[in-house]
Structures are given as structure tokens and as C-alpha cells.
Write a protein that binds this ligand. Structure first.
Ligand SMILES: C[S@@+](CC[C@H](N)C(=O)[O-])C[C@H]1O[C@@H](n2cnc3c(N)ncnc32)[C@H](O)[C@@H]1O
Ligand code: SF4
Length: 361
């Protein structure tokens, strides 16, 4: 069984922080894009049973009803007999009853809503197209239609954001009773509006205080902190994202998407012109065994549980300590070895990038 990521790159406005593969929505582009997507899937997909599908963006739900149905018809190519999780990423401003019923009819069982903030002033800084009222309405309607498996994306650590602002975001997550939430610290990526306009980063200590506060409030309220930025109520962990963090195989289709199949990583082109001409792939890279083991650790150490030592041995016929210099990191309490798992202790997760750099020598 395997997993599938589908990328829809269209957005009606471009957020100030965004460095994803995206472009302005234009109705005229959708039919040719869906045709190219269908061709790509038919050429590559081998008919395996699919466990999870994730439709991401861009803004997949900016598409109108006709185009969304055409997209779902294409996804019927996949063997979905044993599908466990079928997610679509949504922006709240387009979510309405009609759209949600279409999702339901086509088997979607999880919504990932890009909320970013429950503060209209900060939403403006982030260049979002919605306000808090729209988000609350979208969540209410989603629940009415029967979507209980909902995830929200929230950004914190925005210069100008106070601890009270963050408390308000957390209160909203709790009040709306959302079973899964991702809290991302704002990264000012090159080529984004924030970067070009020299938007300043938040004070590092305040950012760390925010990270710790999020952690404290959510864990106290029965959320399981299962990945650096991700929290879930019991049973609501993202099955699709766990495929990535467990370094398992997946297909990625669409502009700028990546696949990992048979130890080869494929990266699709970000050029729409090329993609529409059927020149999907930009890079193809056969991973050496050392690289595969590094990925296993870099991804697995993002999980709070960490990397299972026995599974690593079964997969690579080597013990983690034979491959990576971990003794000093364990002595320094930057890594914990409890005999079953190797993991980064919770209070050091904030510096996980530093730990991974040490780890990779
Ligand atoms: C695949 S992205 C985009 C999803 C969707 N288009 C949206 O805007 O909601 C998923 C999430 O990553 C987060 N993200 C994207 N760029 C970021 C950045 N520069 N810094 C922090 N978080 C970011 C946002 O929370 C976003 O919702
Ligand atoms: S953050 Fe999402 S909605 Fe905003 S521009 Fe990027 S992909 Fe589009």
C-alpha cells in the first residue's frame, strides 16, 4: 500500500510569507492543468492500493464545483478500496455547504484548513484573504455536514504578535474543539513579500516562550504532541504526514510535487508551461544507502516518539550508533536512548535543527 500527494497550485491571492509552488488562479488554466495531471497519473501510477491521499496547494478549494468534480473523477483512477485518510487542504473563504457536500460525496474524510491566525490584524500582515468570522463560519458548516476530522494550520512567532494574541489563538482552537492542529513558527523565506519588504523576525526568546506556551496549553488539554509542530487528540494524528516522517514511499503528482518510490526521489517541475506540455519531472535522484539512513533519522527525529532502534536495524542491517556519532549527543542530553527509541527530549525540540546538524557530523 502506498500514499498519494496531489498538488493544485492555484491561489486567488498570494500570501506575504509563502514560498510554495503556487500561482494566481485563472479559470482558463484549470482544464489544461487537470488534463496534464490525469496524463501524469496514468503514466506513472502502477495500480497499488492507496492508504492515504492528500490534496494540497496552493488552494485546492478555489476551484469551482465543476472543476472540483473533474478532479475527483481523475482521482478515481486510484485503487481506493482500502483508503484510510483522504484530506483536502482548504482556505476558509471558499468553504460552503455545497462544496463540503461534494467533498463528502467523493470520499474526503479530513479537512486541513489554513487559518494562520484568529487575529484580523495579523491576518493582514500575512496577506490572507479571510477574516476570523469566515473561519468560524467555515468550521461550523464543516461540522454540520459531518466533518469531524479537521486540522488547522496556525502560524505564530510573527513580529508584532503578543503572548495575549497567541493565547487568543489557543483559546479559539480549544473552544472550536478541533482535533488536530499544526503550529508553525513564521519563517521569512527569500523571494516572499515579507522578505523583500525586510519584515523583521520576532525576538528569539519570545518565539521560544511562545513555542513552550503552545506546548503547555495543548498538552494540558489532552492533545498529543506527536511531531515538532503537530498536536492531535487521540486517534487524529495525520496518517498521511506520518508516511513522510517514517520515510516511507509515496507518489506526488502535480506542479512542483515530489515522489519517493523505490529509493528514488523525483521532483516535478515548477514551470507550468513545461508541466502542461507533459514535461513533468525536473530531477530524479537515486538515493545511496547512507542518504536513506540520514533521511530516516532527520524525518524520524521530528517525531516526539523518535526513531525505533529495532526497526532501523531491520531496515538497514546496521545499528544507528554504527552509522551516526550519537555518543556525545546522548551524554549532553540532546538525544535520549531509552533502548527502544532514540529521540530528542521535549525541552530540546526547539533547537532540533542544531541537534540534527551535530548528528549528521
Ligand atoms: C502547504 S502550506 C499551504 C496550505 C494552504 N495553501 C494555506 O495557505 O492554508 C501549509 C501550511 O504551512 C504553513 N506555512 C507556509 N509557509 C510558511 C512560512 N513561511 N512560515 C511558517 N509557516 C508557513 C502555513 O501554516 C500553511 O497553512
Ligand atoms: S499560503 Fe497557501 S493560500 Fe497563501 S499563497 Fe501560499 S499556497 Fe496560496
Amino acid at each position: 500500500m502506498t500514499s498519494v500527494y496531489i498538488h493544485l497550485p492555484f491561489c486567488s491571492s498570494i500570501c506575504t510569507y509563502c514560498d510554495f509552488s503556487k500561482m494566481y488562479y485563472d479559470k482558463k488554466l484549470i482544464k489544461p492543468y487537470l488534463k496534464a495531471l490525469k496524463d501524469e497519473i496514468e503514466k506513472i501510477y502502477q495500480g497499488e492500493e492507496i492508504r492515504t491521499i492528500y490534496i494540497g496547494g496552493g488552494t485546492p478549494n478555489v476551484l469551482d464545483m465543476e472543476d472540483l468534480q473533474a478532479l475527483f473523477d481523475i482521482l478515481d483512477i486510484f485503487n481506493k478500496n482500502k483508503i484510510e485518510e483522504f484530506t483536502i487542504e482548504c482556505n476558509s473563504e471558499y468553504l460552503n455547504k455545497e462544496q463540503l457536500l461534494l467533498f463528502k460525496k467523493n470520499g474526503i474524510n479530513r479537512l486541513s484548513i489554513g487559518v494562520q491566525s484568529f487575529n484580523d490584524k495579523l491576518l493582514k500582515v500575512l496577506g490572507r484573504n479571510h477574516n476570523t468570522e469566515m473561519v468560524i463560519k467555515a468550521i461550523e458548516v464543516s461540522k454540520e455536514i459531518g466533518f469531524n476530522n479537521i486540522s488547522l494550520d496556525i502560524i505564530y512567532g510573527i513580529n508584532g504578535q503578543s503572548m495575549d494574541d497567541l493565547k487568543h489563538d489557543l483559546d479559539m482552537v480549544l473552544t472550536l474543539d478541533i482535533p488536530h492542529v499544526s503550529f508553525y513558527s513564521l519563517i521569512i523565506e527569500p523571494h516572499t513579500k515579507l522578505y523583500i519588504e525586510s519584515f523583521k523576525e520576532i525576538d528569539e526568546d519570545l518565539n521560544e516562550e511562545m513555542y513552550r506556551y503552545i506546548n503547555k496549553v495543548l498538552t494540558k488539554n489532552n492533545y498529543h504532541h506527536y511531531e515538532i509542530s503537530n498536536y492531535a487528540k487521540e486517534g487524529y494524528e495525520s496518517k498521511h504526514n506520518l508516511v513522510y516522517w517514517h520515510n516511507e514511499q509515496y507518489y506526488g503528482f502535480g506542479l512542483g510535487a515530489s515522489s519517493y518510490i523505490g529509493n528514488i526521489r523525483y521532483d516535478n517541475t515548477r514551470s507550468l508551461n513545461k508541466y502542461l506540455k507533459g514535461l513533468y519531472k525536473k530531477d530524479e535522484h537515486q538515493l545511496e544507502s547512507k542518504e536513506i539512513m540520514e533521511n530516516e533519522m532527520i524525518l524520524g527525529l521530528r517525531l516526539i516518539k523518535g526513531v525505533n532502534k529495532e526497526d532501523f536495524y531491520k531496515k538497514y542491517n546496521k545499528r544507528i550508533e554504527e552509522v551516526f556519532p550519537i555518543t556525545q549527543l546522548i551524554k549532553d542530553n540532546l538525544l535520549i536512548d531509552d533502548n527502544d527509541y532514540l529521540y530528542i527530549p521535549q525541552d530540546k525540540l526547539f533547537i532540533s535543527n542544531y541537534i540534527l546538524l551535530q548528528f549528521l557530523g
